[in-house]
Design a protein around this ligand. Structure first.
Ligand code: TPP
Ligand code: MG
Length: 685
């Protein structure tokens, strides 16, 4: 067979595996894999530096399938190139990442060929995709990461990092706002290591794109400052290869390739039709389509002789050679720059450098206190100096979030200063969170920040952080009604409980400056969970820790802050954040009146829920039923801790525009109201 015939055979193998898998599953998306098989073939087998034997080799090129519904493209190619699996401890295993059997069980329970690409579940998947737009936005974070890594670690004659990022996307991704935010940022930063290929097939689920999407997309990306290329025929692999070559030679701007394709290519009745998007073709149509490819009509899941070998000779040989070269280079690098090499090693395993928590501040007792955001800014500036690869930024609220790294040399990340640790995301919360995911997928320790209320704008990407088990950090300030006069548009109510509902995510709402320190101490040690820090705008009294319990209790999620001496408490007051010092005041009043109360500071439900039953019972003794929870947020869920006979002082409406003191009175966040609730529960009015 000629090389050309082998190219075609390989492409048709991707197509037919995709058609067969969708048919077998009786669900899925065959049309786009059929159309984009030549593209994916060309990227992987002709261009990408990826070693199937080691899918986590640090300098590999990245591939992101942003139109995640076309997952069969990825399963086919990961299978055909013989990608090996890696486990959660980053150990390379012998077995295939995606076996042919997994493809036969496409979309079935436990199959390594699930409905959409899932990072963590299938080796070789660089990021989870499916919510359209997320993949391309995440790829911007990957591109920023590569620039930052190259700047910090490359040395003369040691190009340790020089990889590229390829993302494939469709009409859906291009319509989603997050892609626009991310493309704008990528253009501004001149990320010339980033290439998006847009599948311009004019089809989405409801029909032709003329229904809803008629903009001039080339003009749009030119406007963002991208290099825009066009390929009129998705089957022309030489043109595709040529365009990818132009991308690799382009400096100073990202590349956007518009690829005209035909969804369901080769299917006599389904090509260019919306049905090809998300329905199995049907047995008869599959036969006709296979005939059009010159394929044995009745063969299923066929990988013809020569195809695996063809991939082995392409991406396999190129990837192995690139990795071998890199490994030798890195050995020499380690000898010459041992400290830098150690950093790279630690980062790859998501470990922290020795001394990462040196010099963390300790805040003295102070009734006037410190704002949560203020304490956070101090801690962050220490941590960022201790951990070279900790970086991040805000969506234009840095001065307010106090997330700006101000120590000497921190610097701003820009096109001409890729070593900066302050990222300026602009007012693009959604792309910020997706970018943070991309940074984290690249093993940097990344944070993003905005007002807590605007976490809603970032939420879809935070959810993917949790799903991917990434240790990202989201710093959300102005976490309740502390910005009083800004009013209900800026006052979070349901955000906290909605984030608490997200599996895997850790939320923390610290009560004072020392709890902020310990919240960070906890968060920094997470390796597979994202965290949200909800921090106050206004100063919170710094509790006297010689009188009350140590803030180290934050690591248990909730702890007994203040208690009554002697017998067990009659009533438990539970609070988080700014309401902790409020219930401490109530506690002192109750004590003075001879009522034995206990104060539980509960910065994190998730952490507390993971403690032993014994510990949880020691904090919240089951036989003490009189309990009051106080939190300036939705009351939803607090029954879990106060029981059906307890009280919750929280928010059941939106807030209002007024000075904080008046809001506290109006909505019941005053010590007297807590005292009254406690007495009422005890029948001691
Ligand atoms: C955020 C989001 N909204 C909606 C969907 C549901 N959905 C999946 S694919 C699709 C149409 C995508 O069209 P296009 O990107 O052009 O894909 P093609 O059919 O051309 O492959 C939609 C609406 C989704 N996955 N994500
Ligand atoms: Mg489309």
């Amino acid at each position: 067979m000629t090389n050309e015939q082998l190219d075609q055979l390989s492409i048709n193998t991707i197509r037919t595996l995709s058609m067969d898998a969708v048919q077998q599953a009786k669900s899925g998306h065959p049309g786009t894999p059929m159309a984009l098989a030549p593209l994916v073939y060309t990227i992987w087998n002709r261009v990408m530096r990826f070693d199937p034997q080691d899918p986590i080799w640090p300098n590999r090129d990245r591939f992101v399938l942003s139109n995640g519904h076309a997952s069969m493209l990825l399963w086919s190619v990961l299978h055909l190139i013989g990608t090996r699996a890696v486990n959660a401890d980053y150990e390379r295993l012998g077995q295939p990442s995606v076996s042919l059997d997994a493809i036969r069980h496409f979309r079935q329970l436990d199959s390594k060929a699930p409905g959409h690409p899932e990072y963590h579940w299938v080796s070789g998947v660089e990021t989870t995709t499916g919510p359209l737009g997320q993949g391309v936005a995440t790829s911007v974070g990957m591109a920023i990461a590569e620039k930052w890594l190259a700047n910090r670690y490359n040395r003369p004659a040691f190009e340790i990092f020089d990889y590229d990022i390829y993302a494939v996307c469709g009409d859906g991704c291009m319509m989603e706002g997050v892609a626009s935010e991310a493309a704008s940022l990528a253009g501004h930063l001149g990320l010339d290591n980033l290439c998006w290929v847009y599948d311009n097939n004019h089809i989405t689920i409801e029909g032709n794109t003329r229904l809803a999407f008629t903009e001039d997309i080339a003009a749009r990306f030119l406007g963002y400052g991208w290099n825009v290329l066009r390929i009129g025929d998705a089957n022309d692999i030489d043109r595709i290869e040529h365009a990818l070559g132009i991308f690799r030679e382009t400096n100073g701007r990202p590349t956007f390739i518009i690829l005209d394709s035909h969804i369901g290519y080769g299917s006599p009745h389904k090509q260019d039709r919306p049905e090809a998007h998300g329905e199995p073709l049907g047995d008869e149509e599959i036969r006709l389509t296979k005939r059009s490819y010159g394929w044995p009509e009745d063969a299923k899941f066929l990988v013809p002789d020569g195809v695996r070998e063809h991939f082995a000779a392409g991406v396999g040989t190129r990837g192995a050679e690139a990795r071998r070269h890199w490994t030798e280079l890195f050995t020499a690098y380690r000898a010459k720059h041992p400290e830098l090499a150690t950093e790279i090693d630690l980062m790859q395993r998501r470990e922290l450098p020795a001394g990462w928590d040196h010099n963390l501040p300790v805040f003295p007792a102070d009734p006037k206190g410190v704002a949560g955001r203020e304490a956070s800014g101090k801690v962050l500036n220490v941590l960022a100096q201790n951990i070279p690869w900790l970086l991040g930024g805000s969506a234009d609220l840095g001065p307010s979030n106090k997330t700006t790294l101000t120590y000497e040399g921190a610097g701003d990340f820009q096109a001409d200063s890729p070593g900066g640790k302050n990222l300026h995301f602009g007012i693009r919360e959604h792309a910020m969170a997706a970018t943070v995911n991309g940074l984290s997928l690249s093993k940097l320790r990344a944070f993003g920040a905005t007002f807590f209320i605007f976490s809603d704008y970032a939420r879809p990407a935070i959810r993917l952080s949790a799903l991917m088990e990434l240790p990202t950090i989201f710093i959300f300030t102005h976490e309740a009604m502390g910005d009083g006069e800004d009013g209900p548009t800026h006052q979070p109510v349901e955000q906290l409980v909605s984030l608490r509902a997200m599996p895997g995510l850790v939320t923390l709402r610290p009560a004072d400056a020392n709890e902020v320190v310990d919240a960070f101490r906890y968060v920094m040690q997470l390796r597979h969970q994202p965290a949200v820090l909800a921090l106050s705008r206004q100063p919170l009294p710094t509790l006297d820790r010689s009188k009350y319990a140590s803030a180290r209790g934050v690591a248990q999620g909730a702890y007994v802050l203040a208690d009554s001496p002697g017998a067990r408490p009659e009533v438990i007051l539970i609070a988080s954040g700014s309401e902790v010092s409020l219930v401490v005041q109530a506690h002192e009043t109750l004590r003075a009146e001879g009522i034995r109360s206990r104060v539980v500071s509960m910065p994190s439900w998730e952490i507390f829920d993971h403690q032993t039953q014994e510990y949880r019972d020691s904090v919240l003794p089951p036989d003490v039923k009189a309990r009051v929870a106080v939190e300036q947020a939705s009351t939803l869920g607090w029954e879990r801790y106060v029981g059906t006979s307890g009280r919750v002082i929280g928010m059941n409406t939106f807030g209002a525009s007024a000075p904080l003191k008046e809001l506290q009175r109006k909505f019941g966040f005053e010590p007297d109201q807590v005292v009254a609730a406690a007495k009422d529960l005890l029948g001691r009015t």
